[in-house]
Design a protein around this ligand. Structure first.
Ligand code: ZN
Length: 334
């Protein structure tokens, strides 16, 4: 993913936000001071752009993302979902200062949970009026987006780009898990507390060379080298597999935090399939480092206390790319 350099970022902020170069540099300097030695000038410029909602990299073309209800995440675009219709609710009219129209909401479920499907487009609302959806029918929805609701869960929205197929051939859902999915909280870094399970949206501002440890091929846990072989506390003697562990500093404009991640998350963040190519290869890593600093992500994980440094760290168990525009809207909303 190509990112912009310092000059390009300043120019882009200036054109999009009408700020002078001096005004932007004041913001960058403030960010540098705030983060002391943790970031480069480029990194600070990335964060400033991020906070202003200016996109600093080219987003990859959006391909449909097939997900289950449990996996719903507001960072996803073009969501595709296969669900069972549980209840079609009444169609309501609404009027705001800028817009009036109709909206329908439908309770849907799959084998991971239930959620609300919100329909905004007249095309689908007319089909609903004609009774195209019966309780119990299967629905494939495409090109949807995901929003947080007020109850800590997620809902799927169908805007003008969205479409659906009723009872698609060959598709069934046998068991609907009836409970709504409790999604993890989205939080600002400044509000994180030990043992939180959270998702955080921010920017990678500094990234460190991955380290490798010997792990058990069955459970991924660290193995002990006893001289005559490697031993896992659960699986006894095993062949050891090198595993990457990656550390980076993540900033959301409110604070920054050290993130630790392993395995697939490392691959995803570095965009490298074979992590072993990075082992003892600082040149290759530096190349990647340049590409990855400034990357905007949604990280989900658990907040742990690093007792050695007496600081909180986020152990990532998943990540997805974030659209900066949406990020800005979200920050404004809060
Ligand atoms: Zn093991």
């Amino acid at each position: 993913m190509p990112t912009l350099n310092y000059e390009e970022i300043v120019t882009k902020i200036s054109t999009e936000k009408g700020l002078t170069r001096e005004e932007i540099e004041v913001k960058v300097k403030a960010k540098l001071n705030q983060l002391s030695d943790l970031i480069s000038k480029d990194g600070a410029a990335h964060i400033v752009a991020n906070e202003l909602g200016v996109r600093v990299y080219e987003t990859p073309s959006t391909t449909p993302k097939k997900v289950s209800i449990k996996e719903l995440n507001p960072a996803f675009k073009n969501v595709e979902l296969l669900v069972k219709v549980l209840k079609v609710n009444e169609i309501r009219s609404f009027k705001t200062a800028s817009r009036e129209g109709r909206v329908a909401n439908i309770l849907v479920g799959d084998d991971t949970g239930t959620c609300r499907l919100v329909v905004w487009d007249e095309k689908q609302i007319k089909e609903l009026e004609q009774g195209c959806l019966k309780d119990g029918c299967i629905l494939k929805v495409m090109n949807c987006y995901v929003r947080d609701n007020n109850f800590g869960g997620k809902e799927v929205h169908m805007g003008s780009q969205a479409s659906w197929v009723v009872d698609p051939a060959g598709e069934t859902i046998t068991n609907v898990k009836s409970a709504p999915v409790q999604n993890i909280d989205r939080k600002f870094i400044k509000d994180l507390q030990e043992n939180d399970n959270v998702s955080v949206v921010g920017t990678i501002v500094q990234i460190f060379e991955p380290r490798f440890y010997d792990s058990c091929p069955q459970c991924n846990k660290k193995v002990e080298n006893r001289g005559d072989g490697y031993f896992c506390s659960t699986h006894n003697q095993v062949a050891s597999v090198p595993q990457a562990i990656l550390n980076f500093v993540f900033d959301d404009g409110t604070e920054n935090i050290r993130v630790v991640c392993f395995r697939d998350v490392v691959k995803q963040i570095l965009e490298v399939d074979d992590l072993l190519t990075l082992k003892d290869n600082p040149d290759k890593f530096r190349e990647i480092q340049r590409k990855v600093a400034g990357k905007q992500l949604t990280i989900t994980g658990r907040v742990n206390k690093n007792t050695f440094f007496n600081r909180l760290e986020l152990t990532a168990n998943g990540c997805s790319e974030t659209n900066p525009k949406e990020l800005a809207v979200e920050i404004e909303k809060k």
